[in-house]
Design a protein around this ligand. Sequence first.
Ligand code: 6R9
Length: 569
Amino acid sequence: MKVELYKATDQHANMPDYKTAKDNFSWEEIEKEFSWYESGKVNMAYEAIDKHVDEGHGDKIALHYKLDDDIQSFTFKEMKENSNKAANLLKNAGVKKGDRVFIFMARSPELYFALLGALKIGAIVGPLFEAFMEKAVRDRMENSDASTIVTTPELLPRVPVDELPHLENVIVSGDDVDEKYISYKKEFEKASTEFDIEWLDKEDGLILHYTSGSTGQPKGVLHAQYAMVQQYISGKYVLDLKEDDVYWCTADPGWVTGTSYGIFAPWLNRATNVIVGGRFSPESWYGALEELKVTVWYSAPTAFRMLMGSSDNVVEKYDLSALRHVLSVGEPLNPEVVKWGMEVFNLRIHDTWWMTETGAHMIVNFPSMDIKGGSMGKPLPGVEATIIDDQGNELPPNRMGNLAMKSGWPAMMREIYKNKPKYDSYFIGDWYISGDSAYMDEDGYFWFQGRVDDVIMTAGERVGPFEIESKLVEHEAVQEAGVIGKPDPVRGEIVKAFIALRDGYEPTDELKEEIRVFVKNGLAAHAAPREIEFKDSLPKTRSGKIMRRVLKAWELDLPAGDLSSMDDD
Ligand code: 6R9
């Protein structure tokens, strides 16, 4: 296939060129830009918010929150005061340094106050997607022995409050809060705007994101305060954030992109950050870009493809002339989408590759670099990436293998919560193995090829088949279930389930729908299989593992490969 080349433009004129940035790079030098460099004592919420007030930028707008036709704006000073109030509220409830505090709310200013407030105490924040249902919430809070949850009246019914032995505080927003719980609103109103920040070690915990693997329950990926060094510099270099930028990252904080690049990177760089509530529609998104005069925009291929699919003239109704830099993450950015971006925005869409576990950008289309349509770009300065075989040997250019990075970048996860063997399984020697396959071309550009494991990427969400299979077999009609990602032009992949029914159940369309709704209500909407196919039995290994590889081969009409370990009865 012919590769389109998009030359660097003077749009990023004051950016260092890639080679200069890379050759002169040292994490140690970046660290020195932080005030905590000498003392070693740090707090993310201070660096992201309070510091800017101390340095005379208290009146600058930190946040525009847009919900439908309403926009609320907060200066850095107001963010400081509101997060201090939230910190006092949490402290009064008994929350201490190191406690796990979960935040389960739709995007709203309160969510950000609570999250920053928890960080000011030195608590470890566990953000949850608002789409999560009870099982997803329970698994995460149980695994991390969470002491506190901050939630909304709408989401409270999905929190199994009486079944979590470590849960001490349930803090609920809204007006009429049951006396059993703490009223966010009442306590917030009473709370002081002054707070003594807890000073932390740079290796102390920051945030706990759960992410799906191909086996087992979701894993708790723990990041340290020190991640800020990389989040800051990638915000500066890759997002190219400047003093006057209005920056919008479309991701929810339940996903790592919504924290590393929806909260930390923009505020560490003192940018004006935009949060848009409500649901996606081309009109509401283009409307937000226009109305808030967004200059830097970070989104995902699925969203771009949905915008692409909307009728041609929708975009023409909006004035998007403020926009100067567009970036993408989460799934492969198709060359067609880059081409579309050039047509509608007259801008290159810059792909970025990284993972929950890496905590920050790893492979990027650096702004001053030529873009090869369909490539993820080159390693962030300071990051060493390569392709290795299964034994850990580096492969020459143009050979497909495991995408791997040399351990030791600042934002690297510090722990898989309470699961050391799982953490260790990520490494071959010094190499961190991403679980993606890729190759590097002769110019040093990396090209994504696929996941090595069975993880499904649907509309930018990483969903583990195991979690869905476990939910499916809870349904009374389901004997066994196997789940795969089926390629889909808009969503990348959709969730497809193969199901063998228990005796006495008829394979009807009504039953398919009932099972779909069961997963949607029990786990999460994006985890519900869009397609279900009934089978008499499913292919299994001798140890009883469902062979998703075979299911995938059935689906794609491919040879199934080595079936020697398949069950033969
Ligand atoms: C940030 C984030 C990580 C997985 C990753 C890969 C896929 C992310 C990508 C990409 C192709 C890109 N992925 N960025 N694939 N091109 N630019 O997405 O974290 O949710 O943990 O997912 O997403 O498969 O391994 P996370």
